[in-house]
Ligand binder design. Structure first.
Ligand code: GAL
Length: 371
């Protein structure tokens, strides 16, 4: 009998070790361990669903710096709870200091989309060139044949050089206000000038600034790049080309002068909802929401979707993506980062199910929840 028990134990132990512990709940704010038992390192991330598998892409962060010393990481999961580390899918360049993505640059908020026509996976992210702080304000792109990479780096740039937004009026095009002739001390006048496109005109030739971002693929398979532009004052929604690898030149400015960052978006019953943040760096602030019947507007502000304790700080976090759960009619996950700038690698993930009340998204804190 004892021998049978011993044999059973000997068989079960290796099985349990090789499969690891299967988690069933999402626990916002706690360490979230991957298949190796290591806290997931995929910050400012986004998810791609493909062939029954979710792929989570995010920024690799270090103990001491948020700068990119490694690159973009990828994890895979069938249940959105248990994640397998798939590796670094886009590495920084370590032997060429003139590369856009040389070690020490800033790579943020990566998002991957799959293009059915080309059968390529396209990775977009916010890039800042090494040693320039947040001055470059570029978007960057890489391509792969597989969701787990390796992605080949293609280029970085400021989008829509030489083209005005579709909703720029003739008056705005002809406006002569510039930073030089509009003193910042006259705050009201400066603000009005920004709302009227002062930065769009300034950056027309070289392309529009592009920082915090997401990518959204609509039901008709058109893809859009949604990003903080104009010194983070105004969001732009820009259509991508058919192969998702460049900008088509069709874009609009939305919520002009409203200072939105961290754009996330969902579509439900024909309505688009944007959930964004204010611009306070790594410090959390109150989320904001807007709704539209069409991506190119008009967008109507709806206020903070969060309710309850810590609603004014988005539960101490900042949004990064909204993922619809496949096979569940109305389950969308709001994904956010609880930044820890002193130990960037320790930042936590705040994933919450979006509730709908009067057809509007609502976010409530949950200590633990299951899909
Ligand atoms: C946040 C932004 C992050 C990162 C940070 C740097 O506002 O959402 O992605 O850029 O600022 O301070």
């Amino acid at each position: 009998m004892k021998l049978i028990r011993l044999l059973a134990v000997l068989c079960i132990i290796p099985l349990a070790c090789s499969t690891g512990r299967i988690a069933t709940a999402i626990v916002p704010g706690e360490l979230w361990k991957d298949n190796r038992g290591i806290h997931i390192n995929a910050h400012g991330g986004g998810i791609l669903y493909r062939n029954g598998m979710y792929y989570w892409y995010g920024e690799h962060k270090d103990e001491l710096t948020s700068n990119a010393n490694v690159g973009i990481n990828c994890y895979s999961s069938r249940d959105l709870v248990n994640w397998k580390f798939e590796g670094v899918v886009l590495s920084v360049v370590t032997d060429n200091d003139s590369s856009d993505i040389t070690k020490g640059c800033i790579m943020e908020r990566p998002k991957v989309v799959y293009n059915e026509k080309t059968q390529k996976y396209v990775l977009w992210f916010h890039l800042e060139l090494k040693g320039q702080g947040y001055k470059a304000a570029r978007v960057a792109m890489a391509v792969s044949d597989n969701p787990t990479g390796t992605f080949e780096y293609v280029r970085s740039y400021r989008p829509n050089a030489g083209v005005y937004p579709l909703n720029f009026t003739p008056e705005q095009k002809n406006d002569t206000l510039t930073q030089a002739n509009t003193p910042k001390s006259d705050r009201q006048r400066f603000r009005a000038a920004v709302e009227n496109g002062l930065y769009v005109r300034r950056d027309l030739a070289g392309g529009q600034m592009s920082r915090d971002m997401t990518i959204f693929v609509d039901d008709d398979k058109r893809a859009y790049h949604i990003f903080a532009s104009e010194e983070n004052q105004t969001l732009h929604i820009a259509e991508l080309s058919d192969d998702y690898q460049s900008h088509s030149g069709r874009y609009v400015r939305i919520l002009a002068g409203k200072h939105n960052e961290a754009p996330t978006i969902l579509k439900r019953n024909g309505k688009y909802f944007l959930i964004t943040s204010d611009c306070t760096g790594w410090t959390p602030n109150a989320a904001r929401m807007a709704v539209a019947d069409s991506l190119f507007g008009t967008w109507t502000e709806l206020g903070n979707p969060c309710v309850g304790e810590n609603a004014h700080t988005t539960f101490l976090s900042q949004g990064t993506y909204i993922q619809k759960v496949e096979g569940k009619k109305d389950l969308y996950i709001f994904m956010a980062d609880r930044w820890t700038p002193k130990i960037p690698i320790d930042a936590r993930y705040i994933w919450l199910p979006i509730e709908f009340e009067n057809e509007k998204p609502v976010l409530r804190w949950r200590t633990k929840w299951t899909i």
